[in-house]
Design a binder for this molecule. Structure first.
Ligand code: SIN
Length: 336
């Protein structure tokens, strides 16, 4: 296993603070380049350019990061379209260290409908039993888009049992690239529209969607049938502006979106079907394969994702920490 690449000088500053000048100390403190020393692209496009996502080798997420270091990670995430993969985390990393890293990015959001891990309610354990016919999060979605304040980052950790590499991956689509590739006329049509997002669509009794059925298929996941959010839909802009980069992206999903506000059902269904198919086009997508002790962090404000279930012969267990973001910002046409 590769170990932390934090340079000895940076570690040393804690031990010999009095021995180095203030200027040298500031230089050392603002040097966060060690975090990116092991960076490589997750994927390449057909033209050879880096595609979506980056792998950051040698970064131990149990490290106490400075605000500058966290900003460097977030910038790296922005640069990589929102996906950062951290392989080879410490095998003995605890669930509390997972949460502590999350807290450096913002307030943790316990899942509003699924019961968290006992003693660590902010952690959602996603368990897929062998031979599972249905899988939690199998259709495209952005985490917690049914909340007023949606999820900024999700931090998923491969824990107990992991599938063989290349099976049961998490798939991502850049909803920014999907937006960019639309015609100007379609972009103009979409700006100003709002769509309702609904936890009930995915989790209500009788909804018949995969997320509820998947939770019912394992005794390890429990639903809160009386969660207030199940009764309240939220209207979100169809085109949102990323709060850090200002980039516009499409913000609808077959998992949580019910309909476009103000349209007839048939009109809304047709437009949403087009957008779901468009977002799922392979040119906007990449897959993250899993290994034990890997953490994958993604930005729900520029990506849609789904759990692929292409080999259900083995159990798969991952744990997710979600960071509460802000209310989505409507993007203006031609603006940012
Ligand atoms: C999720 O939807 O957050 C989980 C995705 C996965 O299990 O791969």
């Amino acid at each position: 296993m590769k170990t932390l690449l934090r340079p000895a000088t940076a570690i040393g500053r804690h031990r010999c603070r009095g021995l180095i000048s203030v200027a040298a100390q500031q230089r050392v403190e603002s040097d966060t380049s060690w975090l990116l020393a092991g960076r490589r692209p997750l994927d390449h496009r057909s033209d050879g350019l880096p595609g979506l996502g980056a792998i950051l080798e040698g970064v131990d997420l149990t490290t106490p990061f400075t605000p500058e270091e966290i900003e460097t990670l977030l910038q790296a995430s922005d640069d990589a379209g929102g996906i950062l993969v951290f392989p080879n985390q410490k095998p003995d990393m605890t669930i509390h260290e997972h949460m502590d890293f999350g807290r450096l990015l913002g307030e943790l959001e316990p899942h509003a409908v699924a019961v968290g891990v006992p003693g660590a309610q902010e952690v959602l354990e996603i368990v897929r039993e062998p031979k599972a016919g249905v899988v939690f999060g199998e259709d495209w979605h952005s985490d917690n888009s049914f909340m007023h304040k949606t999820c900024s980052y999700s931090i998923l950790r491969g824990t107990g049992v992991m599938p063989k590499r290349g099976a049961n991956d998490t798939m991502f689509s850049s909803t920014e690239a999907a937006y960019d590739a639309l015609s100007p006329l379609m972009k103009e049509r979409l700006h100003g529209l709002y769509a309702t997002h609904s936890a009930g669509k995915a989790y209500n009794a009788g909804s018949g969607t995969n997320s509820r059925a998947a939770m019912e298929a394992t005794s390890s996941m429990q639903l809160l049938d009386d969660a207030p959010i199940l009764k309240t839909d939220v209207a979100q802009p169809v085109v949102v502006s990323h709060p850090r980069t200002g980039r516009p992206s499409l913000f609808v999903s077959p998992t949580f979106t019910r309909g476009i506000v103000g349209m007839h059902g048939e009109e809304s269904d047709a437009l949403l079907r087009f957008l779901y198919d468009w977002i799922a086009r392979p040119e906007f997508c990449t897959r993250v394969s899993w290994e034990k002790h890997q953490i994958t962090m993604w930005d729900n404000r520029s990506l849609s994702h789904k759990g692929v279930a292409d080999d259900v012969t083995e159990k798969r267990v991952v744990q997710r920490v979600s960071i509460r973001g802000t209310e989505p910002i409507a993007a203006t046409f031609g603006g940012r």
